[in-house]
Design a protein around this ligand. Structure first.
Ligand code: G
Ligand code: G
Ligand code: NA
Ligand code: MN
Length: 253
């Protein structure tokens, strides 16, 4: 908990940084979208990963301020990419507790209204389990994001027991198949069927598919052959600092 009392100072000092992991388009072989992944740079301890402070921020009511801080950083970076002539879609992880918070969603709307970046440059990544917690409230929240122009991605798909009828009700632009299903899909017949049928289902509903956790070329080739739209994982790139991301969008420096 001592870490939590330092969070506000860390934000003010610029120690909360956003790394970006590319999502490779398998149709164009280009990177025009990324996922924002927060890191805490501590002068003494080095980088602290989100697993070590996001759950605590959620439990202590600090996740709203933290997520709005991250959103502001991402909007600033998105504005920079636009100014370079390389607009990119940036995915931001939205905790379950925030998804259905009116106070949070009001602040998001206000922040977007003040930003020159189009809302369409953002995609909110919401876990399947968060969308399952309170289905009525989740539908309302996702519709509000859609009306604002922010796309929505269902993260960790396959781990949360949502039904097809529920998926159909949600205004989703993207579905991210959880890495536990993707990782061995090229070796394991039942994982392959799950991935193939998810891609087919999503495409029939007009939803793009991201496969996460791509760690080797064989897995990437399997996804290409099965018409997956986007691929994300260490084989393509680890999450990188914003300055290093530019090498994925061409020689712009
Ligand atoms: O980047 P890494 O793989 O270490 O992330 C670990 C976990 O932290 C992942 O589940 C990721 O979704 C989550 N995470 C990373 N950045 C954020 C963030 O800005 N907000 C929330 N709520 N979760 C995040
Ligand atoms: O929960 P979420 O889907 O947001 O998870 C993102 C997390 O997954 C980040 O912590 C990121 O570092 C991690 N990650 C990204 N690519 C890979 C990969 O290829 N393999 C593994 N094991 N983890 C990955
Ligand atoms: Na995510
Ligand atoms: Mn995920």
């Amino acid at each position: 908990l001592s870490l939590m009392s330092d969070l506000e100072d860390a934000m003010a000092a610029g120690h909360i940084e956003v790394f970006y992991q590319p999502k490779l388009s398998l149709s164009t072989n280009r990177v025009t979208s990324v996922e924002a992944l927060v890191r805490w740079r501590d002068p003494e301890r080095g980088f602290i990963g989100p697993d070590q402070f996001i759950p605590m921020a959620e439990q202590t009511g600090r996740i709203q301020a933290l997520t709005l801080h991250i959103l502001a950083i991402v909007l600033n970076d998105a504005s920079h990419w636009r100014s370079l002539g390389y607009p990119m879609t940036a995915g931001i992880n939205i905790s379950a507790t925030l998804l259905t918070s009116k106070a949070f969603n009001d602040e998001v709307e206000a922040l977007l209204a003040r930003s020159s970046v189009p809302a369409g440059d953002l995609i909110f990544e919401v876990t399947e389990s968060a969308a399952m917690d309170d289905q009525e409230a989740a539908i309302v929240a996702l519709r509000r994001y859609r009306d604002l122009g922010v796309a929505v991605s269902m993260d960790d798909y396959g781990t949360g027991q949502s039904t097809l009828s529920y998926i159909q009700l949600l205004p989703l632009s993207e579905l991210k198949i959880d890495r536990s299903f993707v990782q061995f899909a090229h070796q394991n017949a039942s994982d392959a069927i799950l991935v193939q049928s998810t891609i087919d289902l999503a495409h029939r509903l007009g939803i793009k598919v991201v496969a996460e956790g791509i760690e080797d070329e064989a897995c990437l080739e399997f996804l290409r052959a099965n018409h997956c739209d986007l691929a994300q994982g260490y084989h393509i790139s680890r999450p990188v600092p914003v300055a290093d991301l530019l090498r994925f969008v061409g020689d712009v420096r």
